[in-house]
Design a protein around this ligand. Sequence first.
Ligand SMILES: *[C@@H]1O[C@H](CO)[C@@H](O)[C@H](O)[C@H]1NC(C)=O
Ligand SMILES: *[C@@H]1O[C@H](CO)[C@@H](O)[C@H](O)[C@H]1NC(C)=O
Ligand SMILES: *[C@@H]1O[C@H](CO)[C@@H](O)[C@H](O)[C@H]1NC(C)=O
Length: 443
Amino acid sequence: MRISYKKCIFFTLICAFLLTFCLNAKKDEGEVQLKKKVVSGEANRDTRRRQKPSSNKPWYMKDGALYPQPHRAPGSRLESYPFVPRFIPDQLPLNDRIVSQLMYVPHNYTEIKASGKLKTLLTFNGQGRRKWTVMKGRHVFLKHKCPVDTCEITDDIFTASTADMILYLDLPRETKKQSKNPKQVSLLYSMANYVSVPDAINWTASYRRDSTIVTPYVKWVYYDPSVQQKTQDRNYAANKTKKVAWFVSNCNTENGRFKYALELQKYIEVDIYGVCGRLKCSQSTPNKCYKLLENDYKFYLAFENANCKDFISEKYVVYGLDRGVLPIVMGARPADFQELAPRNSYIHVEEYSSPKELADYLNVLDKDDDLYNSYFMWRGTGEFINTHFWCRACAMLHNEDELQMSHKTRLQQRGIGMCTQGLWKRITRKRFFPDSPYKRNIK
Ligand SMILES: *[C@@H]1O[C@H](CO)[C@@H](O)[C@H](O)[C@H]1NC(C)=O
Ligand SMILES: *[C@@H]1O[C@H](CO)[C@@H](O)[C@H](O)[C@H]1NC(C)=O
Ligand SMILES: *[C@@H]1O[C@H](CO)[C@@H](O)[C@H](O)[C@H]1NC(C)=O
């Protein structure tokens, strides 16, 4: 057999080429498989995270067990967002900062604990009608399992010059004695729509988002902010035969809610229970009234008695959301509801040009179960939390370096333009409540 030298080289080259090609292909396949494994591993971790949300819920949620770590020391090289505490109104003006306050632990908390020193909070009962009812001692901080619990409550007025915080309820009082504690904070707690805040007050606590410690009636927090809607396996319209309900006892309020309801009644059935209407549901049997709402009604008029910024009372939840009834809201501005309530969980009257236009839309919803049910998709995506006022007051007192941050701009602005007699969209500078202590500031 005569194979030429050239042919031999040619075949050898081809063989070598095929061999490298095959080996390379095998290696590629291996890499692909490896990559796939990594990807599916990540996917597994993701589903595990989603399936067990309770295991990493923060402490202030139901069954939550996640406690915050101490913050980085101020000025430390690693200090950066989100480790810088941001819970003073000027730092995040539109945010209520509740969650960051709930998750704050001072950088040297271990040393603070070990020192055995407690911050003292003096509850001062002045001439106001309401009185502080919190128990003396550390009870409230321990019972609520506060992340920062090195605080103590006292009502001994003789500690007024040394206490770390003096808490006033509703009525601000000037303390007579000069404080010997330069870091002492005077806090005014009030849920009234108008409060005149004297200079001697350093911090405020109220439902308003520009308070130092915001204490809303209800506070919604998502489990995962990127998941705000969820398909539901219940038809919230099922078996409901009636349309709008309203339980009301004060017919004459500044915001004209009763007039609005009467106008609405011309275009859709509105059942008014209580002294302002013809129907009765005794308040001595609240569960019967709740059942009535739950079983029969599609809508509830969660109308506040005043239209004030951030003012959203618990009635929106108690008579609406908790009952599977869609609340129609009047009170805080639409922008406040967007910030404070679960997404798409209510209908704001101000999104409609008139009661008639609103009634027309409610009649559409009444006939379209899918559309009606789309207002309940927030369910199961989060929860209304206990905002633990005392835990936050204690934690904030330990934020030594920011205790004295000035809140003056905010305090001076308190009251101006906070409430309106009519609807928000018709607001003019003259329309604030006539008895506002801030009237003189409005020109
Ligand atoms: C903790 O640190 C603050 C400053 O951030 C300081 O004023 C305070 O004395 C420290 N407390 C203890 C017990 O070390
Ligand atoms: C509606 O009524 C039917 C029959 O009484 C009952 O089986 C069903 O559970 C009710 N649905 C709801 C959502 O209450
Ligand atoms: C609280 O306000 C008073 C009066 O304006 C002021 O003298 C004091 O330094 C303030 N305290 C703190 C901790 O900022």
